[in-house]
Design a protein around this ligand. Structure first.
Ligand SMILES: [Zn+2]
Length: 232
């Protein structure tokens, strides 16, 4: 009897951790993680920008390769660098919502707090770029029932990934990060990177060269899943 309770409680705990920590679990928020397709196309995505120093460098690399990407912007950073945010949209890329505050305490918030954060971020992006995002990427991929409620209330579409680069791990070399990404490349893959990292432009350059050599092209998240990226 005691063992049955212990096993049940452990299983429940494991499920709850999986539901919250795994972006692809779909338990609280339905997310776009990978499109099943035979076509050799992938979506590059960047979180945590805009960064006034690095984002323009990443845009330059993307333009040189004729590549398209999706940038999940932090509202407070958009307010601090509106011209950089605008340049992303003007270059033909997509912008999405990655919260206004990007506060680590977000997992303790109630749905009302998340609604405010999502709306504030969309307002910042709309003021800077003239578009209102529909795509929402939760912070560090962690979701809760309250985030799920807020995403539905704000009529947002959750966005995840199928390839996590772990490009924020400072001890990993660019080669190691690139190798990790390439291992996960398949038709329809969604790659997560960060344009606030010091080597984001070099990583993008190396990745695009490797993708081209493998016959892959890139698109935005909306282009990959054939969905509207902005509210009309
Ligand atoms: Zn983030």
């Amino acid at each position: 009897m005691v063992w049955a309770i212990v096993i049940s409680a452990t299983a429940l705990l494991a499920f709850l951790i999986y539901a919250s920590a795994c972006i692809g679990s779909q338990v609280y928020v339905r997310t776009l993680c990978r499109r099943r397709t035979q076509e050799k196309v992938v979506a590059l995505t960047y979180d945590d920008g805009p960064d006034p120093d690095m984002t323009p460098k990443v845009l330059e690399v993307l333009a040189r390769h004729g590549a398209k990407a999706t940038f999940f912007l932090v509202g407070s950073k958009v307010d601090a660098a509106p011209q950089t945010a605008k340049a992303i949209v003007e270059a033909g890329h997509t912008v999405g919502n990655h919260t206004w505050s990007h506060d680590w305490r977000h997992i303790f918030r109630m749905s009302k707090g998340h609604v405010r954060d999502i709306r504030d971020c969309n307002a910042s992006i709309e003021a800077a770029c003239g578009v209102k995002p529909r795509l929402y990427r939760p912070q560090v991929g962690v979701t809760t029932p309250h985030i799920g409620i807020a995403v539905r209330r704000c009529n947002m579409q959750g966005a995840g990934w199928s390839v996590r680069s772990y490009d924020t791990v400072s001890t990993d070399s660019r080669e190691k990060v690139l190798e990790r990404i390439l291992k996960g490349i398949r038709p329809g893959a969604v790659i997560l990177m960060h344009d606030r990292m010091p080597q984001a432009d070099e990583l993008t350059e190396a990745l695009l060269s490797a993708l081209e050599a493998r016959g892959y092209s890139t698109t935005t998240l909306g282009g990959l899943f054939k969905i509207e990226e902005y509210e009309k």
